[in-house]
Design a protein around this ligand. Structure first.
Ligand code: C2E
Ligand code: MG
Ligand code: MG
Ligand code: MG
Length: 285
C-alpha cells in the first residue's frame, strides 16, 4: 500500500513534551482562543471504493496545532470542547472548512466530489442546524450531494424526533447520512429502519482482528446482511492490511478506509498522495 509520512499521533515526542501538550489541551481558555488564532486544521483520509480502487471521497478529521508545533488528535481535546460548550462552534468551523476545501478541490480539478464530516448531537439540536448546513453549501456553490454527515450510533440512539426530522430534511435535500462506529452501541434492529441514514460505517474494532477472531468476522457478516436488507451502503474503517481489504471485498463491502491506504493528512499531503495513488492505481488493484 501507499503510505504517507504524515502521522496523526504525536508519538515522536518525549514524555515531558507530551505532558506539556496535554496540560495545554486541557485548558478551556486555550481551546477558546484556538478559534481566533486559527489553530484548528482539517486533515483528510481517503475512502477507497473496493470494487474499482477509486478514490473520490474523504473523511475530514479535525486536528489542533499547538503553538509548539505538536498536533493534538480530537480524542484529546473533544472532551474539553464538550465541557466548555465549544462543540457547536467547532462543528461549524469544520463544516465551513470542509465546504471551502471542496470548492478549492473542484476548482483545481482534483476529482474528489464528496467529503464526510463528523457531526455531534449538540450541533444537530441547534434550531438553525439545517439552515447553517444549507448556507455553507450555497456560500461555496456546492450541490448537497458533496456532503456526508457522520453521526455515531450513540448520538442517533439518543436522538429525539426533532433531530430525526432535521436529518431527514437533509437526506431529502440530497446529503448522505452515515451511522458511524456501528456495532459499538446497542441500537435495536427495529429502530435502525426508522433512522434517516443511508450508510452504515462498521466500527474499526470489528475490522482489527477480522482475520483471526471468528466472532468479529461473524459480526461483520451480520452487519452486512443487515445493511443489505435495509438497502444501506457500507464502509469499513480501520483497514490496516491488504489481507483485511481482500477479506472485506469478498464480503462485498462498498468502501474502505484505514492506514493500509493512508493516514489522515493535511491538504497538500493528501493531494500528493492522491497523485501517487492514481498513477499506481492499475498496479494496486
Ligand atoms: P471516527 O469518526 O470513527 O474516525 C476514525 C478514527 O480512526 C480517526 O481518528 C482516524 O484517524 C482513525 N483511523 C483511521 N484509519 C485507521 C486505522 O487503520 N487504524 C487505526 N487504529 N485508526 C484509524 P481521529 O482522527 O483521531 O478521530 C477520532 C474521533 O474523533 C473520530 O472517530 C470522531 O468521532 C472524532 N472526530 C474527528 N474529527 C472530528 C470533527 O471534525 N468533529 C467532531 N465532532 N468529531 C470529530
Ligand atoms: Mg467518523
Ligand atoms: Mg468511526
Ligand atoms: Mg471510531
Amino acid at each position: 500500500a501507499l503510505s504517507s509520512a504524515t502521522d496523526s499521533t504525536p508519538r515522536f515526542y518525549s514524555r515531558a513534551m507530551q505532558h506539556r501538550a496535554l496540560r495545554f489541551i486541557r485548558t478551556e481558555t486555550r481551546l477558546r482562543d484556538a478559534f481566533g488564532k486559527n489553530q484548528f486544521e482539517l486533515w483528510f483520509q481517503p475512502q477507497v471504493s473496493l470494487a474499482d480502487h477509486q478514490v473520490h471521497q474523504v473523511e475530514a478529521l479535525v486536528r489542533w496545532r499547538l503553538p509548539g508545533g505538536e498536533v493534538a488528535p480530537p480524542n484529546e481535546f473533544l472532551p474539553v470542547a464538550r465541557a466548555a460548550n465549544l462543540t457547536v462552534p467547532l462543528d461549524r468551523w469544520v463544516l465551513t472548512t470542509a465546504c471551502a476545501t471542496l470548492r478549492k478541490w473542484l476548482d483545481d480539478g482534483l476529482n474528489i466530489d464528496r467529503m464526510a464530516v463528523n457531526i455531534t448531537a449538540e450541533d444537530v439540536r441547534c434550531d438553525d442546524f439545517v439552515a447553517f448546513v444549507r448556507s455553507q453549501l450555497v456560500r461555496f456553490g456546492l450541490p448537497p450531494s458533496v456532503l456526508e454527515l457522520e453521526l455515531t450510533e450513540s448520538t442517533l440512539m439518543d436522538a429525539n424526533d426533532d433531530t430525526l426530522r432535521k436529518l431527514s430534511e437533509l437526506r431529502d435535500l440530497g446529503l448522505d447520512i452515515a451511522l458511524d462506529d456501528f456495532g459499538t452501541g446497542y441500537s435495536s434492529l427495529s429502530y435502525l429502519h426508522t433512522l434517516p441514514i443511508n450508510i452504515l460505517k462498521i466500527d474499526q474494532c470489528f475490522i482489527r482482528n477480522i482475520l483471526t477472531v471468528e466472532t468479529d468476522a461473524a459480526i461483520t457478516r451480520s452487519i452486512l446482511w443487515l445493511a443489505n436488507n435495509f438497502r444501506l451502503n457500507t464502509i469499513a474503517e480501520g483497514v490496516e492490511s491488504r489481507e483485511q481489504a481482500d477479506f472485506l471485498k469478498a464480503l462485498h463491502v462498498d468502501m474502505t478506509q484505514g492506514y493500509h491506504y493512508a493516514r489522515p493528512m493535511p491538504d497538500p499531503a493528501f493531494r500528493q498522495w492522491l497523485d501517487r495513488w492514481r498513477q499506481g492505481d492499475s498496479v494496486a488493484s
